[in-house]
Design a protein. Structure first.
Ligand code: G6P
Length: 609
């Protein structure tokens, strides 16, 4: 996945395509490529790494008189960020070029089938199957060929296709991954994001899921995937360039928080069935070895560490295997015991965190089996573990992790279900969790709509200097993450505490007006958290509770402020309750006029010790 740009018109396409790719750079990418007509078939130029490398190559090899082309920046999902895996992907004959965002879930089956019928593959990507499918079904009408190919796909796509035999058209389609078409005078463009179009035109048309379109220099014809014509209205983009970059949001952090419903879907897609059945590549690779494991040791840093603390509880509850969690920076130096029959699990968004990598290597050298939950495909940790599960959360730009954290929790729950199913977890319990996870994206959307209430809390907090976060069991790590978020972006001093520990010290801090934020869903420990809230309130604290409808009814005066979130399965609840805490950190930083996306002193990826 990442950025798509396409152009067809009368001007040289290359400068327009490159400018489009430049404006998509902010989304993150690890390789790029472009296809234009050549003397014999299409000419595809690609480069791993920065866009400048592609531009150098393009300048050397491509004559820039072509007036049609498609281009892509890739952020690896299947296969590492090599040149061969960069888009556009071609068929065997070199006549077809495809750029694609999304995930083709059944690509392994399709690849096997296509290889059997003689197609040769040169990349490890899921996208390449599409180029070969179009070759397989090619007929005079390019739209019909693409349509026939798409019938075989399971998964998501936003895509653009060129064909040497159809040099004056581009075919695009959308299912789950955005496609926007730009209409100029005598020229038509396509992109995955309007920011790539505004340099040329502000008149756009958004495809909806299940639609495709044929573009030529004079305009566009939109149809459904079943070829029924669709009338679409043009819209004018009103955003400023800065707003466009962030999809209309004021900050990346806000944009990424709003991407979380989709993040959850991407973490589950193709892995979890409604009946609780789990398909995990990593798991099937290691099934025999995992059966033999007596312990799991998790290592991680920062938010990934807090996600792991929740994950450990999910695994212990569902699979009844003992799990320990260590900060990677501690683990590597504390001379840990590493008994055999322990599986080591490294959790890292970037896959490059120096301490996590060092701790992983330590365990590997000691002979432990290693696994990873990693977002960045092809990253060092992803390459070095015996088997891994990818988050598929897409690039995270905001320094304060939000969607990667939610993705880690979702993946942990799927992993815990997979282990649980192997170890006697009743199928009806697995089914209940799967059903709850299916509803989760919608519930996250609901919580994201509480922005006004959260902003009101933030206006209270922004006046303070210290904040305490309380939670218990699964919500204790969420209290830690909530406090970390607030520290990172608002620079307020915040501490997360297990509410049962409060009387062992932190309560001494409480005085009139001291803010205490409690995670108080109506679960097995609700009464205890409620008591803790009453205790701090009796000493003058100003209390804020994140709670469920049942909790709201019973909290009474314990909460000066209460924010309601939907009730879900107890193991899914923490994924929902972290959302208001992310929003609270964000709104507090905004209320204080701070630069949310670039907090002082912080780096997105800590690749040094
Ligand atoms: C940095 C980031 C955090 C992240 C941590 C671990 O501190 O700012 O957001 O949680 O590193 O990073 P990783 O890429 O290993 O998950």
């Amino acid at each position: 996945m990442c950025g798509i740009v396409g152009y067809i018109g009368t001007r040289p396409a290359l400068p327009i395509l490159i400018r489009g790719l430049r404006s998509l750079e902010y989304r993150g990418y690890d390789s790029a490529g472009v296809a234009t007509p050549g003397t014999d078939g299409l000419r595809i130029v690609k480069a791993s790494g920065r866009l400048d490398r592609l531009i150098e190559r393009v300048e050397q090899t491509v004559d820039d008189t072509a007036t049609i082309g498609i281009a892509h920046t890739r952020w690896a999902t299947h296969g590492p960020p090599t040149e061969a895996n960069a888009h556009p992907h071609a068929d065997c004959s070199g006549a077809v070029a495809v750029v694609h965002n999304g995930i083709i879930e059944n690509f392994s089956e399709l690849k096997l089938w296509l290889e059997k019928s003689g197609h040769r593959f040169v990349s490890e990507t899921d996208t390449e199957v599409l180029a070969h499918l179009i070759e397989e079904y090619h007929e005079n009408d390019l739209s019909a060929s693409v349509r026939a190919a798409l019938r075989h796909l399971r998964g998501t796509y936003g895509l653009a296709v060129m064909h040497a035999a159809h040099p004056r058209e581009i075919v695009v389609a959308r299912l789950g991954s955005p496609i926007v078409i730009g209409i100029g005078t005598g020229e038509t463009l396509v992109a995955s994001d309007p920011s790539a179009l505004v340099g040329t035109t502000r008149n756009v048309m958004y495809l909806d899921d299940g639609e495709m379109a044929r573009l030529d220099a004079s305009g566009v014809q939109v149809t459904t995937l079943q070829a029924a014509p669709v009338e679409k209205a043009l819209q004018e983009i009103q955003w400023t360039e800065k707003e466009i970059e962030k999809g209309g949001f004021a900050h990346y952090m806000l944009k990424e928080m709003h991407e979380q419903p989709e993040t959850v879907r991407s973490a589950l897609r193709g892995r979890l069935a409604s009946d609780g059945g789990v398909t995990l590549g990593a798991f099937s690779d290691l099934r025999a070895a995992l059966k033999d494991m007596r312990r799991i040791q998790i290592i991680a840093c920062g938010s990934a560490y807090y996600a792991s603390l929740v994950g450990a509880q999910m695994i212990e509850r569902l699979a009844r295997i003992p799990v320990s969690v260590d900060l990677a920076s501690e683990y590597r130096y504390r001379e840990p015991v590493m008994p055999s029959r322990t599986a080591l699990l490294a959790v890292s968004q970037s896959g490059e965190t120096a301490d996590t990598l060092a701790a992983l290597r330590l365990a590997k050298n000691a002979g432990l089996m290693t696994m990873g939950i990693v977002n960045a495909v092809g990253s060092t940790i992803a390459r070095e573990v015996d088997a891994g599960i990818y988050n598929h959360a897409g690039p995270e730009i905001g320094v304060a992790s939000t969607k990667a954290f939610v993705s880690q929790l979702s993946v942990f729950l799927v992993f815990a279900l997979a282990l649980g199913r192997e170890r006697g977890l009743p199928p009806d319990e697995a089914e209940r969790i799967a059903k709850a996870l299916e509803l989760l994206p919608m519930q996250i959307e609901r919580v994201l709509r509480s922005r006004d209430q959260v902003a009101e809390w933030a206006s209270q907090l922004s006046e303070k200097r210290h904040v305490m976060y309380l939670g218990r069991t699964l919500h204790y790590p969420i209290a830690l993450e909530g406090a970390l978020k607030l520290k990172e972006v608002s620079y307020l001093h915040a501490e997360g505490y297990a509410s049962g520990e409060m009387k062992h010290g932190p309560i001494a801090m409480v005085e009139a007006g001291f803010p205490v934020v409690a995670l108080a869903p109506h679960d097995a420990v609700f009464e205890k958290v409620k008591n803790n809230l009453e205790e701090v309130r009796a000493r003058g604290a100003k209390t804020f509770a994140v709670t469920t409808p049942e909790g709201l009814r019973t909290l009474g005066r314990a909460a000066d402020n209460a924010l309601e979130i939907p009730t879900t399965h107890p193991l899914v609840q923490p994924i929902l309750s972290v959302i208001p805490l992310q929003m609270l950190a964000y709104e507090t930083a905004v209320a204080k006029g701070l630069d949310v996306d670039k907090p002082r002193n912080l780096a997105k990826s800590v690749t040094v010790e």
